[in-house]
Each structure stands twice: as structure tokens, then as C-alpha cells.
Design a protein around this ligand. Structure first.
Ligand code: SF4
Length: 235
């Protein structure tokens, strides 16, 4: 999405009217994934940043929420949402219009108390996984120094152990990294540990990323079946 943009309204399978919003100027993120559809991370950071455009964006969002009939706002940033210093105001504005909030994040900062409180006020939270071990995490997701794969898992798991809303685990399958039998087995363990309410499983589907990392449809369907079993067999 364009920086500080709001999408047209669209509907999901439950006939909810949804808008997507991107409250960031560029890819500010804690990671710099080689498979990122946005390209290289513009600024690798885990700090909140002030953006002058946010004031105008809040006005624009307020108008959209006032003038349109909307059931849900999907905060779907080009980057990591917690790098926007005014994310709390954005969520509160949406809540004040009695509209549901879905937010996506790579999940690494879910252990931070200030963000956890904010996420608790959202109806749906999406966290992401793409690899299954430390080596691939460092090589393919190129996080900030000191970040570990174990912390990514434990931050999502401990967040969801207390979260009352709907937690969705978004899994990207990367050819030669996360499509092996061993990797699928590891994802099944992670699902048991994180206990998501739902999972999305996909693979890069466009351009160079598809050539480099995409798996074929039959294989994707096979993995989806195996991982969905792990969700539905939770105790
Ligand atoms: S976590 Fe998401 S936004 Fe950040 S670099 Fe990776 S793919 Fe891109």
C-alpha cells in the first residue's frame, strides 16, 4: 500500500466491510527479510518514530470511519507497526467508532508490556513465522542484533497465553527452507506451543520471490492440511 494510505472498502466471507490502512511512510522494521515483498528494510529499528504525516492521516482515517459503513479496520503496515509512535492513538480512534481492529506484526515485540496492552485491545492479532531454526532466522530474516528465533517463539506464545481475542498465525513457506518434512514437523510443534485460533499458510506467489522461494500449489495444499491438523488437535 502507499504510505499513510487507506484502501477502498471490501468484504470478507462473513460479509464484514473492511478497510486496510498503512500508517507508515516506508519499511521501518525490526527485520530485513530476504523474502520481504516490500524490498529492503528502509530503517531497521525497534524504536517508535514520529512521522509528520501522521496528523493528516489521523484526520483522513477519522473521516473515513465517520462517512463509511465499516465493520473492521485491518492495520496492515508496510513494515512493523510498533515503529509508528502514535499507533495507540490510531487504535483508539478506530475503537471510538465502535469498529473492530485487526493488526499484523512479525511478532517479535509481543513481549513488551506497552505493546501487549495495546494488542489486548484489538479483536484480532496476526503474528508471523517463515523459518524453523536460528540459523535460517539470522540468514533469511536478518533481525536486529541480539534477536533470537527462540525469543520470537516465546514472545508470541506468552502473548497468546493471556490474549482474549483471536490470534492468527501467518506462516510463509519458503522452498528449501520451510517446505521439508522436518520443517513442517517443527511448525506443528510451534503451533502446539503458540496455540493460535487459526493459521494462514502461503508461499511467495509473484515475480522474483516466487522464483526464489515459491513452492507449487499441490505441495502448499499438502502442508496446509498437515498444519491445520495441528491447529484443530490442540487440547
Ligand atoms: S518482518 Fe515483514 S515487513 Fe519486516 S522485513 Fe520481514 S517481511 Fe518485511
Amino acid at each position: 500500500m502507499k504510505p499513510f494510505s487507506i484502501s477502498e472498502t471490501y468484504s470478507n466471507d462473513h460479509s464484514e466491510r473492511i478497510i486496510d490502512i498503512n500508517p507508515l511512510p516506508d519499511n521501518y522494521c525490526t527485520f530485513d527479510c530476504v523474502f520481504c515483498p516490500l524490498g529492503r528494510t528502509r530503517k531497521k529499528t525497534d524504536k517508535p518514530h514520529n512521522f509528520t504525516e501522521t496528523e493528516t492521516f489521523l484526520d483522513k482515517l477519522n473521516k473515513a470511519l465517520t462517512n463509511k459503513d465499516i465493520d473492521l479496520v485491518f492495520i496492515n503496515p508496510d513494515g512493523e507497526i510498533f515503529t509508528q509512535s502514535r499507533i495507540s492513538e490510531i487504535v483508539h480512534l478506530i475503537r471510538n467508532h465502535h469498529v473492530k481492529v485487526r493488526v499484523i506484526s512479525n511478532g517479535y515485540l509481543f513481549n513488551k508490556e506497552e505493546y501487549r496492552h495495546l494488542l489486548d485491545s484489538c479483536d484480532e492479532v496476526i503474528g508471523e513465522l517463515a523459518v524453523t531454526n536460528e540459523e535460517d532466522f539470522q540468514k533469511l530474516q536478518r533481525p536486529l542484533p541480539g534477536y533470537t528465533f527462540e525469543n520470537l517463539l516465546s514472545n508470541m506464545s506468552s502473548f497468546n497465553s493471556q490474549y482474549q481475542g483471536k490470534f492468527i498465525l501467518d506462516i510463509t513457506i519458503l522452498r528449501n527452507y520451510s517446505d521439508t518434512n522436518e520443517a513442517v514437523g517443527r511448525f506443528q510443534e510451534f503451533i502446539q506451543r503458540i496455540q493460535p485460533d487459526k493459521i494462514f499458510v502461503h508461499t511467495p506467489g509473484k515475480g522474483k520471490l516466487k522464483s526464489a522461494f515459491g513452492i507449487n500449489h499441490a505441495k502448499l495444499q499438502e502442508i496446509r492440511t498437515l498444519l491445520n491438523v495441528a491447529v484443530t488437535t490442540q487440547e
